[in-house]
Design a protein around this ligand. Structure first.
Ligand SMILES: Nc1ncnc2c1ncn2[C@@H]1O[C@H](COP(=O)(O)OP(=O)(O)OP(=O)(O)O)[C@@H](O)[C@H]1O
Length: 606
């Protein structure tokens, strides 16, 4: 089957891969999903509030300790009470933080699990054309990195935002309570302290990203060159490759140097600004303490609270960027969630007759792929395949053979004409019912990274081991399956990497047999198999076709010779119809194709 641009539109990319959104709107979907867990949100919110209050209680307690605890002649009982109180606060803070961490992270992971499941469920309903237009690689990155981004938003960012907002607000109130004069100075000073730190912080993260990209470049280069080692050495390109690598490695060094420089400057800046401002406050405070305007406990509490408040506002400046990145991820996931299949079951589907007869008919069908409305892929196509009959579709590349298969399975609806299964128009039936009556053997035996058993019963999960072995025997797959180390439990590897091409095809045939569907759609493999393997596959196919209505895209002489009818297609239309002998004798398109496609000597010997 040829792969072509699909009928489905490509996903819009107003928020391309990894990019933040322009506003937080797309995150609504995330809040809605989190809203399904009100109990957990309550636990998290209570713990969050408790931990924030406990954090603020520390400077309050410190003030008390400094004012009452260190004075000469203070009573031991008073000191004990003050420090016992501090220990209680510390324990409450520890516990509340742990509970908050647990529930907030729980919510993050829960929302992401729900989101992944919802996206995958929706993807599974979309037509094959969608996946032609949108690469699985891009979709898979949305499913992994974008969902992780959402996890960060729910499981970390929101918590950081709320925590720091509470700390910042209560802290500022407390600072005003402690010393309105000093607080006013601080309110003016905080932005001046934070702004340069934030600015350098952004430059630093940009420089770090560039650094990582350079490292990734080197990784790609190493993989490329090591993978092509023979070619490199045969063409004596070692020196050139060494230079290429060296310039890549130097690029990493240059990027790292920039990053280090920014970090060095930033470190100095942070130290000077943070400790400098503390020193200035202490200085002012000391004067106030000396004049008796403030107690030393107050000044201690002021410095501690000031640090907490500055840290809180600093953290809040990071939050918005993270939320925008999360919103970008949410909008990309939204696209996958909201994509709707064009083909849906009618409200009141007509039931297909039971027991099935296995008749498939195309009545004056014309079809254009939505992505190519100017060209008819199928035109005026009329064909009835009677129960039990085998019809071979033959034609040059692009003739429309695969399109006939796609229409039969109702991946598309034709614009003109009707396709009927056992007399019921496909558009009136439930597509799931239609597909349940069909077994397909694709050109390439598609296998899953699962056991042999699961691969075989993919279309019929209730099949017993007995039935599986029977199908395997009929598909000439028994011998090699029995030889596998753990029989049916053997893992077949990614896409059946541990099997040969012919073996994969025979598994696909056994799977179709187990499906016990009345209609078989068989897309014969074009890839050459060795004679023995070819014979085994053909033999298996003969058994598969024997009791079923079969529509086969034929590439093998043996298949066309056994077909009850051969339908020759060209440009989406039927141009000839008949048996092999008659069509060869007629000397038309079929005869020409046959002499090109099938072995000429064998053909003339017929
Ligand atoms: N998904 C698609 N979107 C748009 N056009 C398509 C799509 N698939 C096929 N076509 C077009 O429809 C026509 C029929 O293609 P089809 O794949 O059915 O031919 P085919 O006979 O199966 O060819 P081949 O033997 O090469 O697989 C071709 O002109 C092709 O370019």
């Amino acid at each position: 089957m040829a792969r072509r641009p699909s009928a489905a539109r490509t996903l819009p990319s107003d928020t391309p891969e990894g990019k933040p959104a322009r506003n937080l709107g797309p995150l609504r979907m995330v809040w809605a999903m989190a809203g399904r867990y009100p109990r957990q949100i309550l636990y998290a919110a209570t713990a969050l509030l408790t931990s924030s209050l406990a954090t603020m209680a520390i400077p309050m307690r410190a003030r008390m300790i400094v004012d009452h605890g260190f004075g000469a002649g203070a009573s031991t009982a008073e000191i004990n009470r003050a420090f016992q109180g501090l220990l209680v606060i510390i324990v409450v803070l520890g516990l509340a933080t742990a509970v908050r961490f647990y529930w907030v992270s729980w919510l993050g992971e829960r929302v992401v699990a729900d989101l992944r499941e919802a996206v995958q469920r929706n993807l599974l309903r979309l037509p094959p054309s969608f996946f032609e237009a949108n690469s699985p690689k891009e979709i898979s990155s949305r499913m992994t990195s974008d969902t992780s981004q959402i996890e960060v938003v729910v499981g970390t960012t929101v918590s950081i935002a709320l925590r720091n907002l509470i700390t910042g607000m209560i802290g500022t109130g407390y600072l005003f309570y402690l010393s309105p004069g000093l607080t006013l100075q601080l309110v003016i000073a905080i932005p001046l302290i934070i702004a340069p730190i934030v600015w350098f912080g952004r430059r630093l993260s940009k420089a770090s990203r560039i650094s990582q990209d350079r490292v990734a470049d080197v990784g790609a280069l190493v993989t490329e060159v090591l993978g092509a080692m023979r070619v490199v050495q045969s063409f004596n390109q070692e020196a050139r490759e060494a230079d290429r690598f060296a310039s890549s490695a130097e690029a990493i060094f240059a990027a790292a140097r920039r990053r280090i420089r920014i970090r060095a400057v930033m470190t100095a800046l942070v130290m000077v600004l943070v400790f400098g401002s503390i020193a200035v406050i202490m200085w002012q405070g000391s004067i106030s303490v000396a004049t008796g305007a403030l107690s030393s406990g107050t000044i201690t509490a002021f410095v501690l609270t000031g640090l907490l408040v500055a840290g809180a506002f600093g953290a809040l400046t990071e939050v918005y960027g993270d939320l925008l990145r999360g919103a970008g991820a949410a909008s990309r996931l939204n696209e996958l969630l909201n994509e709707r299949p064009l083909i849906a079951a009618p409200e009141r589907p007509i039931a297909l007759p039971a027991p099935p007869r296995g008749q498939l008919s195309f009545e004056k069908v014309s079809f254009r792929y939505p992505s190519r409305p100017d060209a008819a892929a199928i035109g005026e196509f009329s064909l009835t395949i009677e129960p039990g009959e085998t019809v071979a579709l033959v034609g040059p590349s692009g003739a429309g053979k695969s399109t006939v298969f796609q229409l039969a399975q109702r991946f598309y609806d034709p614009q003109v004409g009707t396709i009927k299964l056992d007399g019921v128009p496909l558009v009136s039936a439930d597509p799931a019912e239609v597909r349940r009556r069909m077994a397909i053997v694709p050109q390439e035996g598609v296998l899953f990274a699962a056991s042999a058993r699961d691969n075989l019963r993919y279309g019929n999960w209730d099949a017993s081991d007995e039935a599986i072995w029977e199908a395997a025997r009929a598909a000439n797959a028994e011998d090699f399956l029995r030889a596998l180390p753990q029989g049916l439990d053997s893992f077949l590897g990614e896409n059946g990497a541990r099997l040969s091409g012919g073996q994969r095809q025979r598994i696909a045939i056994a799977r179709a047999l187990l499906r016990q569907a009345p209609i078989l759609l068989l897309d014969e493999a074009t890839s050459a198999l060795d004679a023995e393997s070819e014979r085994l596959v053909q033999d298996a196919l003969d058994r598969l076709m024997a009791s079923r209505t079969t529509l086969v895209i034929a590439h093998r002489l043996a298949t066309v010779r056994q077909a009850d009818r051969i339908v020759v297609m060209d440009g989406g239309r039927i141009v000839e119809e008949g048996t092999h002998q008659r069509l060869v004798a007629a000397g038309g398109l079929y005869a020409r194709l046959a002499s090109l496609q099938f072995d000429e000597q064998r053909l003339t010997a017929l």
